[in-house]
Design a protein around this ligand. Structure first.
Ligand code: GDP
Length: 195
C-alpha cells in the first residue's frame, strides 16, 4: 500500500469539499504536538508530506492523501489548543462531527496518544465523538522512545482502562516511535487489512 508514492490530494474546509467516498479511508486524530505529522511521514516514507498544520488560528483543514489509488489517508487537524479562538474551535468541531458521522467509506480512525502523557480529557472527547459516530478507532501510542519500558507499561495500562469504556474502541493498541521506526510496519499491516 505504501510502496508507491502517497500524494497530497487536498485540504478540505467544508463538507462539500470532500472527495467522492469511492475508496477505503482511514483517518488520524490527535492532540497538537502528539507526533501526528511525523507518524504520517514515517508511514508513507515521505519526509515533509504531512506538515504540522496546527498553529492556533490557522485555517483548520482536513487533509486528504491518496495511497496506491485505493486508499485515502486523512489527517485531521490537531486538537487541544486551549487558546484558539472559540469561533475557530466551533467551526472545526462542526466540520469534524459532520465528517465523522457522514463518511461512509471511513473504515477506522487512529487516535494518537503521547506515550509520556496517556489519555487526556481532549482525547476522551474525540473518543466519545467516535463512539457516537460509530467509527471504530484504534489507539496508537507515539514517541515511545521518549519513555522507559516501565513508564510505558504504566501508560499502556491507563490507555487500556480508558479504551475499555469506549464501545467504538478496537482493543489492540499499536506502540510507535517515528524517530526509531518502531511499530510503523505494524501500523502499515493493520491499514492494509482494511478494505
Ligand atoms: P504534530 O503536531 O502532532 O503533527 O506533531 P509533530 O509530528 O510535528 O511532532 C511534534 C514534535 O515531536 C516534533 O518536535 C517531533 O520531532 C517530535 N516527535 C514526533 N515523533 C517523535 C518520536 O517518535 N520520537 C521523538 N523522540 N520525538 C518525536
Amino acid at each position: 500500500l505504501f510502496a508507491g508514492e502517497t500524494e497530497f490530494l487536498k485540504g478540505v474546509v467544508a463538507m462539500d469539499g470532500l472527495p467522492p467516498a469511492d475508496r477505503t479511508e482511514i483517518c488520524f486524530a490527535g492532540r497538537s504536538n502528539v507526533g501526528k505529522s511525523s507518524l504520517i511521514n514515517a508511514l508513507t516514507n515521505r519526509k515533509g508530506l504531512a506538515r504540522a498544520s496546527n498553529t492556533p488560528g490557522r485555517t483548520q483543514e482536513i487533509n486528504f492523501f491518496t495511497a496506491a489509488d485505493s486508499h485515502y489517508i486523512v489527517d485531521l487537524p490537531g486538537y487541544g489548543f486551549a487558546n484558539a479562538p472559540l469561533k475557530v474551535v466551533e467551526a472545526w468541531q462542526r466540520l469534524l462531527k459532520a465528517y465523522l458521522a457522514g463518511r461512509q467509506s471511513l473504515r477506522r480512525a487512529f487516535v494518537l496518544i503521547d506515550a509520556r502523557h496517556g489519555v487526556k480529557a481532549v482525547d476522551e472527547e474525540i473518543m466519545t465523538l467516535l463512539d457516537r459516530s460509530a467509527v471504530t478507532f484504534q489507539a496508537v501510542l507515539t514517541k515511545a522512545d521518549k519513555v522507559k519500558a516501565a513508564e510505558r507499561e504504566k501508560v499502556l495500562a491507563q490507555v487500556r482502562t480508558k479504551l475499555s469504556k469506549h464501545p467504538a474502541a478496537y482493543p489492540e493498541l499499536i506502540v510507535t516511535s517515528s524517530e526509531k521506526g518502531w511499530g510503523i510496519e505494524d501500523l502499515r499491516a493493520v491499514i492494509a487489512t482494511l478494505e
